[in-house]
Write a protein that binds this ligand. Structure first.
Ligand SMILES: *[C@@H]1O[C@H](CO)[C@@H](O)[C@H](O)[C@H]1NC(C)=O
Ligand SMILES: *[C@@H]1O[C@H](CO)[C@@H](O)[C@H](O)[C@H]1NC(C)=O
Length: 362
């Protein structure tokens, strides 16, 4: 501590890293000091490590393709920190290969909305395409704010948005005005950010938090600026050398034309050597493009894209946009002409309400 000097004398982040190094040398105090500094970070930035570890499990579960297991929350990834989650609605846009769910997490007393990342033939191809994405859509109602149409339409021009807004309305009817937490990984993170913005701007939602994992850039600096004012409770978790947060590229010298992340990034970074490697969570500055966070390293890893906090964020297989569903859940389902599916717990909820079963109400 004497070596480090009083914490006000240096940047919070430096202090945090230094404290961690001090811990490495002291060997035994790691957890205690780390937690202490988390509290400092929480007050200033809203980052909550415990919540991140929970939400990453939702972002992982939404990749599962067995809709029966997902709907009944019995899938292999539907346990641990997400136990007891109740899906209100599961939406599969088969036409555009998108999947998301809305449900109620009673331990968080929150509605959780999760979006699946891409499930194309190969993640490599999807990533290569990211280099060439154009800023080609003007975000409605925000002068100069440009976004990429592929990310924008995945949320705004598919069966996903109406399904989600509808389910959020119903969840609020049954459970009251809960907080809303929106999450997703990769492409799903891009959709989560459009969803969070939509909820703040176009519905009466007040308490919306967004936390994404390894999301690409979605718009320009003007968009990032609107976004950060409208959805201030946003955390964009990035991991080590994960390539996707580096894409589409950011060109420092073309600020008006380039993609630009919104804040606030939290970068998971390993420090130390050998058996003393230690993961720190670097809470980044409010610019969205903190040069001392993931941008300080080369974005060259797909492996770092696929595992966050030790949790797998990918499909069980990359082959197709397949779905698996048995007749058990078909009574909750609606399928449109294009084969898009919505599984909804509406009828169960209505029944519960009619029977006035109190114990399930938060
Ligand atoms: C962090 O999130 C967890 C889970 O929602 C919550 O129980 C805890 O109180 C939060 N911590 C702070 C400091 O807000
Ligand atoms: C939205 O989807 C419809 C039909 O799928 C299509 O005709 C329309 O051009 C799309 N709009 C945008 C902005 O992509």
């Amino acid at each position: 501590m004497v070596v480090a000097g009083p914490p006000e004398c240096m940047g919070r982040r430096r202090w945090f890293i230094l404290a961690t190094f001090v811990c490495l040398f002291a060997f035994s105090c790691g957890t205690e000091l780390k937690v202490e500094h988390k509290h400092v970070d929480h007050h200033l930035t809203g980052y909550n490590h415990t919540l991140a570890k929970i939400l990453v499990e939702y972002a992982s579960a939404v990749y599962m393709s067995d809709l029966t297991q997902l709907f009944t929350w019995t899938c292999s990834r539907c346990s641990g920190l997400t136990e007891g989650f109740e899906i209100i609605e599961l939406i599969v846009d088969v036409e555009h290969c998108l999947q998301s769910f809305v449900g109620v997490a009673k331990d968080l007393t929150a509605i959780v909305i999760a979006f699946r990342g891409t499930q194309e033939h190969s993640i490599q191809n999807w990533i290569e395409d990211l280099y060439w994405k154009q800023l080609d859509v003007n975000y409605p109602g925000m002068p100069d704010a440009m976004v990429h149409h592929g990310f924008y339409t995945a949320y705004h021009n598919s069966t996903i948005r109406p399904g989600i807004l509808n389910a959020v309305e119903r969840a609020k009817e049954y459970y009251g005005d809960l907080d809303i937490m929106v999450t997703g990984h990769s492409m799903g993170g891009a959709m989560a950010s459009f969803c969070g913005l939509d909820l703040m701007v176009n519905t009466k939602a007040k308490n919306v938090q967004v936390m994404t994992f390894g999301q690409p850039r979605v718009g320009n600096a003007a968009f990032a600026s609107y976004y950060s004012q409208l959805v201030p409770n946003t955390i964009r978790v990035t991991n080590e050398h994960d390539i996707v947060p580096h894409l589409p590229p950011y060109y420092r010298y073309f600020r008006q034309k380039t993609y630009h992340h919104f804040p606030r990034e939290v970068w998971l970074h390993n420090i130390g050597v050998g058996s003393l490697v230690y993961q720190v969570e670097v809470v980044c500055d409010g610019s969205g493009e903190d040069p001392d966070c993931s941008r300080s390293v080369a974005g060259n890893s797909i492996a770092d894209h696929l595992v966050y906090f030790g949790v797998e964020l990918m499909c069980e297989s990359w082959r197709s946009c397949g779905i698996v569903m048995d007749s058990l859940v078909s009574e909750y389902g609606k399928t449109d002409l294009k084969g898009n599916i919505v599984l909804s717990r509406d009828s169960i909820l209505r029944m519960k309400t009619e029977m006035n079963v109190g114990e399930d109400h938060v």
